[in-house]
Design a protein around this ligand. Structure first.
Ligand SMILES: Nc1ncnc2c1ncn2[C@@H]1O[C@H](COP(=O)(O)OP(=O)(O)O)[C@@H](O)[C@H]1O
Ligand SMILES: [Mg+2]
Length: 256
């Protein structure tokens, strides 16, 4: 059985068909990519699978669990972590608190513990803090743990989002344009972090990217989406040489 299985997923925004008959199967540990022009429906696919929007039709399963109809936090608990194209960070929290907070759903000290400061609560919070530091180290920003997220450069904010998504211990991680707005140096660092995260946790990764270099280098298999439909699916090499992809999207200059 695939780790993630999407079948015939379709979504309308009013009269606009944003996604049509979309199929996807991701195996454990795979890195997969989704490319396509602006407005093709890529973020909508993430939002449908992660419970932000409900599909008009179709099925989504993570392992044996049906995800359609679940709330985003339930889908996260089922093992699906994600980052957002437009960063979702809280202005009043520092970097460390962001990563600690996303672990709260996994803590088990209960209501009494929350009020009376039990030993169990203290131990779990200390563990959560240790884990958060470890994740911040992995994404290369442990020295910024006590900074307010809003004071950080964009590249570092993206890393906070990544550490936060990893804190829920996902089986699969969705990254929506993780290199958006980055300069070439930050881009290379982010690719290295994605490789590192993949190696360390062995999780599956599903990546939306605008920059072809990133998907071509990281992904085993890539889907190309145009007007909400997959027009080609294959290895980086197959995608680069697919005439439908070149006509519809890549153009000549985009492949380098
Ligand atoms: N919440 C929404 N309400 C209405 N239309 C939307 C919404 N989100 C996206 N769309 C439309 O759906 C289409 C696909 O958008 P999106 O998934 O963001 O594309 P991409 O991520 O590939 O750039 C676009 O035409 C966009 O305007
Ligand atoms: Mg998008």
């Amino acid at each position: 059985m695939s780790l993630l299985q999407v079948e015939k997923m379709t979504h309308y925004f009013g009269g606009l068909r944003a996604v049509h008959n979309y199929d996807l199967q991701i195996e454990p540990g795979q890195i997969r990519g989704l490319i396509g022009p602006n407005g093709a429906g890529k973020t909508t696919i993430f939002n449908l699978i992660t419970g932000i929007h409900q599909p008009t039709e179709g099925s989504v399963r993570l392992g044996s669990e049906n995800l359609v109809g679940l709330q985003p936090h339930q889908i996260a608990s089922a093992g699906l972590g994600r980052t957002f194209q437009n960063l979702l960070l809280w202005r009043h929290m520092n970097v460390l608190e962001h990563v600690i907070m996303s672990q709260y759903s996994k803590m088990t000290y209960g209501l009494a513990g929350a009020f009376f400061g039990t030993t169990k609560r203290k131990r779990q919070e200390a563990e959560a803090e240790d884990k958060a530091y470890g994740l911040l180290e992995l994404v290369g920003i442990s020295d910024l743990a006590h900074e307010n997220v809003l004071n950080l450069p964009y590249g570092a904010q993206r890393r906070v989002e990544m550490a936060r998504a990893l804190a829920i211990e996902p089986k699969i991680l969705f990254l929506d344009e993780p290199t958006a707005g980055m300069n070439p140096e930050e881009l290379i660092q982010m690719m290295e972090i994605i490789r590192q995260v993949h190696k360390e946790f062995g999780l599956a990764i599903f990546l939306i990217e605008h920059r072809l270099k990133v998907v071509m280098e990281l992904c085993e298999k890539i889907q190309t989406l145009v007007f909400g439909e997959v027009i080609a699916e294959g290895t980086p090499e197959e995608i680069q040489n697919d005439s439908r992809v070149i006509d519809a999207y890549l153009g000549k200059e985009a492949i380098d």
